[in-house]
Design a protein around this ligand. Structure first.
Ligand code: C2E
Ligand code: MG
Ligand code: MG
Ligand code: MG
Length: 286
């Protein structure tokens, strides 16, 4: 192999590195197997509206991918999304997520369940793919999901990487009638002058600010500023990672439109979400 070949000064592989490379190749093969053998699954985390004086209600869900490995168990996305991004497999993975989430959401709407919007995450790679808008259009048409019921989340760092290209991609998606959100907002390096040119609907405040929003004056100031920025640009502000009643109260007092987090619900399997929605739906009178 590579180790035996070449001059000695290029034999830099430590045993650890070789193991890491072998692990990577194994993981890649395992992930491809997972994609092809139905080991990937989606959980859905409710998003809750915070309108003043109204009962809190579910306004949508975020689709989050999981890998159900027969031996490793439930593998979180942080363990395989980065690898899928490096190898390019993320394109297939995101396409599967998009199509699966659209089909599920369309079925729930058809059954009269109060789902609201379903949002899906797109990797930088999928976002830059020239066929993206066509893929999203096909997912909507094949599933029958109304475009207004789909939201696409792109991270701040992805859209800010090349703002000219991003503006064009966002416009092509917006033309389909879907909603667009900037995910993990506040962690990238936003040029605010570009933000106003993007046809977006939602800013999702990153969990890192929400975490200590009640005890850290800086996090509180940043969170208030993002909410004000969103509203100034006619966008909705959504806070992610809300785990306590105190965090929720702070966000409600400061006019945040929606929250998502363990305080209200963890990400749920489809059957669990169906039970959740059944509780949410207006009860029939007898
Ligand atoms: P994200 O899009 O910012 O998703 C929110 C993450 O926060 C999810 O982690 C969710 O489970 C977690 N979360 C929600 N509420 C709370 C809370 O109250 N406390 C804490 N500590 N965490 C909370 P998850 O599912 O592990 O996903 C991590 C990231 O992986 C996502 O961050 C997203 O960037 C990526 N990801 C997930 N699914 C997909 C996918 O289908 N495609 C792509 N490209 N990326 C995905
Ligand atoms: Mg997200
Ligand atoms: Mg997020
Ligand atoms: Mg995040």
């Amino acid at each position: 192999g590579a180790r035996a070949a070449g001059p000695a000064h290029l034999r830099f592989h430590s045993a650890d590195m070789e193991q890491a490379i072998r692990d990577r190749v194994d993981m890649e093969a395992m992930l491809r197997h997972a994609l092809e053998h139905g080991q990937l699954a989606l959980q859905y985390q409710p998003r809750i509206g915070l309108e003043e004086g109204r009962m809190k209600r579910m306004v949508g869900v975020e689709a989050l991918v999981r890998w159900r490995h027969p031996v490793l168990g439930l593998v979180p996305p942080a363990r395989f999304i980065p690898l899928a991004e490096e190898t390019g497999m993320i394109e297939e993975l995101d396409l599967w997520v998009l199509r699966t989430a659209c089909a599920r959401a369309a079925a729930w709407h058809a059954a009269g369940l109060p789902l609201g919007r379903v949002s899906v995450n797109l990797s930088a790679r999928q976002f830059q793919h020239p066929g993206l808008a066509q893929r999203v259009r096909a997912a909507l048409e094949d599933s029958g999901l109304h475009p207004a019921h789909l939201e696409i989340e792109i991270t701040e760092s992805t859209v800010m990487r090349d703002t000219e290209v991003a503006a064009g991609v966002l416009r092509s998606l917006k033309a389909l009638g879907v909603a667009l959100s900037i995910d993990d907002f506040g962690t990238g390096y936003s040029s605010l002058s570009y933000l106003k040119q993007f046809p977006i609907d939602v800013l999702k405040i990153d969990r890192s600010f929400v975490k200590d929003v009640v005890i850290d004056a800086n996090d509180a100031a940043i969170t208030r500023a993002i909410i004000a920025l969103a509203h100034g640009l006619n966008l909705e502000a959504v806070a992610e990672g809300v785990e306590t009643a105190e965090q929720m109260a702070f966000l409600q007092e400061n006019g945040c439109d929606e929250i998502q987090g363990f305080y209200f619900s963890r990400p749920l399997w489809p059957e669990q979400l169906e039970a959740f929605m059944a509780r949410e739906a207006p009860q029939p009178t007898t």
